[in-house]
Design a protein around this ligand. Structure first.
Ligand code: FES
Length: 68
């Protein structure tokens, strides 16, 4: 789903950027350009970013638990 129409950023793209290592809204914004034009998408994009970071941390923690 498109989150940012101005820059053509989807929720998948945000999740991909987080999966590739971004760990803050600032990093996601810098890498995607999301919310850098009209800014109407910022609230939803931040919420998606927060959830993606949370999911990534939970998955990393689970992987660590299996590795021990
Ligand atoms: Fe994202 Fe305009 S919709 S900057």
């Amino acid at each position: 789903m498109y989150v940012c129409l101005c820059k053509g950023v989807t929720d998948r793209k945000i999740c991909q950027v987080v999966s590739d290592g971004a760990r803050s809204w600032r990093e996601v914004r810098q890498q995607t350009g999301c919310a850098t034009q009209c800014g109407k998408c910022a609230c939803q994009a931040k919420a998606i970013t927060r959830q993606a970071i949370k999911d990534t941390i939970v998955a990393d923690t689970a992987n660590l638990a299996y590795a021990v």
